[in-house]
Ligand binder design. Structure first.
Ligand code: KG4
Ligand code: ZN
Length: 345
């Protein structure tokens, strides 16, 4: 069977086409198309994602991308459309949902409304031109870290999830983006901070807090950390000490602070819930330092992270999550599907 995947929850317009061979013991996936059109450069001037610009860009590009797929592949071979229903930016999500509804009506296809965060979980199993889902032991714990979310999710069976904790304020990726701005780095800031941090410049005069690290629960908070960087930068500027050396030292200390919190809470959750499999996904899972530290500091568990090109938003993960939803649940009437900015796992 073939599934068309659509993702427009934030600033990536993404369309994919996968084929699933169900003849073997486990489904075998082939990726026919996996297109991601990033708007990041257009949002850079605003220092973050500007929802109405995202909506306009999705509306302009999404029909072109799906048409491109229909030009290359026979629409009659497509069995279902998987579309991100939430969470995300409402105006952006609606573009994907209404386009899916138009296609569903035109070609008489069912729609699978996919939770974007479940998509990120499945992203770790996808990759390459062909793949299958490996055998892994349950329970599975997922650390989902992106520009909009920071959460720990537990699953004893894929398809059902329990969120055991999340951020009270900024997401980890959002903190990276805001701190990058304070360091005069462009949006999205995560890759720029990690590049500077990789130079391992340590300055003993700098130390940042590790918010809620010892709270003993799975709540996170990153806005105070960003405010600490704000005051630090202010002070360094007054003292005429805000130079390249200091920017590198701040990037390093900030990244260590975020990693300290994420690693220690994830380790605690793995132990408390007896997790056998750990998934780290979402845009911030592109951070090599975070992944390296999780691998060394949380031993004795199978750890899955996405291929670099699937760390950020994409529709391949939506199509794969959609396939399992298609197999295991009753799909709603396409006309009743709504975008839900606050959809939760
Ligand atoms: O999953 P994603 O593409 O979009 C959302 O659903 O939010 O995540 C984007 C976030 C941005 O905040 C970006 O700065 C962050 O992921 N990010 C990183 C790195 N690469 C991307 N954060 C830290 N280190 C990185 N290397
Ligand atoms: Zn995402």
């Amino acid at each position: 069977m073939k599934i068309l995947g659509i993702e427009t929850s934030c600033d990536e317009t993404a369309v994919s086409l996968i084929e699933i061979d169900e003849s073997g013991d486990s489904p075998a996936f082939t990726v026919h198309e996996n297109i991601v059109l990033s708007q990041a450069e257009k949002h850079a001037q605003y220092g973050g994602v500007y929802p109405n610009l995202a909506k306009r860009e999705h509306a302009e590009n999404l029909p072109l991308l799906t048409q491109d797929i229909f030009n290359k592949h026979n629409v009659a071979d497509i069995d279902a459309i998987a579309v991100t229903a939430g969470p995300g930016l409402a105006p952006a999500l609606w573009v994907g949902v209404t386009h899916a509804q138009e296609l569903a009506e035109k070609y008489n296809l069912p729609i699978i409304p996919v939770n974007h965060m479940e998509g990120h979980i499945y992203s770790v199993f996808a990759g390459g031109n062909t793949f299958s889902i490996p055998r892994f032991d349950m329970p599975l714990l997922a650390l989902l870290v992106s520009g909009g979310h920071t959460e720990l999710v537990l699953s004893t069976e894929l398809g059902t999830y329990e969120k055991i904790g999340q951020t009270l304020d900024d997401a980890a990726g959002e903190a990276f983006d805001k701190v990058a701005r304070l360091l005069d780095l462009p949006y999205p800031g995560g890759p720029h901070i990690s590049r500077l941090a990789a130079e391992n410049v340590v300055d003993e005069s700098i130390s940042l807090p590790r918010p809620m690290m010892h709270s003993k629960d799975y709540r996170f908070s990153f806005s105070g950390l960003k405010t600490s960087v704000l005051y630090l930068v202010k002070k360094l500027k007054e003292e005429n000490r805000f130079d390249e050396h200091m920017k590198k030292a701040i990037a390093y200390e900030f990244q260590e602070a975020v990693c300290d919190v994420l690693v220690s809470k994830t380790k605690q959750a793995v132990e408390e819930y007896g997790a056998q499999t750990l998934v780290v996904a979402g845009g911030v899972s592109a951070n090599q330092r975070l992944v390296d530290r999780i691998r060394t500091e949380i031993p004795g568990i199978d750890i899955y992270t996405p291929d670099r090109e699937l760390t950020g938003d994409n529709s391949l993960m939506i199509a794969v999550a959609g396939y399992f939803q298609y197999k295991n649940t009753t799909l709603p009437d396409p006309d009743t599907i709504r975008a839900n900015a606050n959809l939760s796992l």
